[in-house]
Design a protein around this ligand. Structure first.
Ligand code: PEP
Ligand code: MG
Length: 314
């Protein structure tokens, strides 16, 4: 159902029937964070903390991490900020964190898995995050990348909460985590689906290889099935389900994601207004019907076309 007027694109994200779907920002640098805060972003759904670590030959100190994060938190006032702990390894190698020679780095030691070999790195980062929240006098949410099991999530959540995180979350990037989403949800306060990696792993297609683009298409019904499983688990357990991969930046796919159970979306800042405008045109029932249509398709192109035909006439 179309709601009135283009004014719907501004203000907080919501469906035509008024269900709030916060549209948060994916942030990679401090400058981006400050610009997004000034530009009226609803918050940060994914702070990629690698930005402080990439191109460095030594690890940033706890003080450096704390001070940078404090500035970002202050810029966002009371708006939600979700910090992702270091996602090192595979497509994000760090010079000072030798992870060994791996034949399959995407399947190797990366993300949260690096904490086994470098527990101090995670401890320092969590400590800095807790201190920043305290200095800024506000809450902070923290999530871990590349979580495969509920057990890993529970261990991480324990550390994050002890360090002062208001809420501890797990990214859903590994198909196993989506398949066992109920257990995962029970272990954390929120989950956030990283469709870039989840797509890579469910289709067994390296995200850095351009010629595999068709398999990595975020409209792949198999990827949407996994998102749907997480959405159902979120509903059943009362756990917020975010999506922070690139899929959320496609306006019609964003409608599908909400239909699959996403309760917030996080995109690169320039994508926000188009997503807000599309979402504001459809009520939740329409979102669900779009999701059913997409999952009924046999391939990505079919899903995209079916949803476009449906949404463009509603
Ligand atoms: C993702 O994998 O979808 C994600 C948001 O994380 P990144 O792209 O940084 O791996
Ligand atoms: Mg990822």
């Amino acid at each position: 159902r179309r709601a009135a007027g283009p004014a719907a694109a501004t203000g907080p994200g919501r469906t035509a029937d008024g269900i709030a779907v916060p549209l948060l920002s994916n942030i990679g640098t401090e400058a981006q964070a400050l610009a997004a805060a000034a530009g009226g972003s609803e918050g940060i759904g994914l702070l990629r903390t690698e930005f402080l670590f990439l191109d460095r030959t030594t690890a940033p100190t706890r003080t450096e991490q704390r001070d940078q994060l404090t500035r970002i938190l202050r810029a966002f006032g009371s708006r939600r900020v979700v910090v992702r702990t270091l996602d090192a390894g595979s497509d994000k190698p760090l010079p000072f964190l030798p992870l060994g020679d791996e034949a399959n780095p995407a399947l190797g030691v990366r993300g949260l898995r690096t904490a086994a070999g470098y527990p101090q790195m995670l401890a320092e980062q969590l400590h800095a995050i807790g201190e920043a929240a305290e200095r800024a006098g506000r809450e902070i949410d923290v999530m871990a990348p590349m979580v495969a099991t509920a057990d890993e999530a529970a261990r991480f959540a324990g550390l994050a909460r002890a360090a002062g995180a208001a809420r501890a979350g797990a990214m859903v990037e590994v198909p196993a985590a989506a398949l066992r989403a109920r257990e995962l949800c029970a272990a954390v306060d929120f989950v956030s689906i990283g469709t870039n990696d989840l797509g890579q792993y469910v289709m067994a297609a390296d995200r850095t290889i351009g010629s595999l683009g068709d398999l990595l298409d975020p409209w792949q019904p198999a990827l949407l099935d996994l998102v749907g499983l997480v959405g159902e688990a979120g509903r059943a357990t009362g756990t917020p389900v975010g999506v922070c991969g690139e899929a959320a930046a496609d306006p019609q796919l964003a409608v599908v994601l909400v239909g699959l159970g996403a309760t917030s979306l996080s995109t690169a800042p320039p994508a926000r207004d188009a997503v807000a405008a599309e979402l504001a045109r459809h009520d939740r029932d329409t979102c669900r019907r779009a999701a059913d249509l997409a999952r009924s398709a046999t391939d990505a192109a079919g899903a995209r076309a079916a949803v476009a035909a449906f949404l463009d006439r509603t």
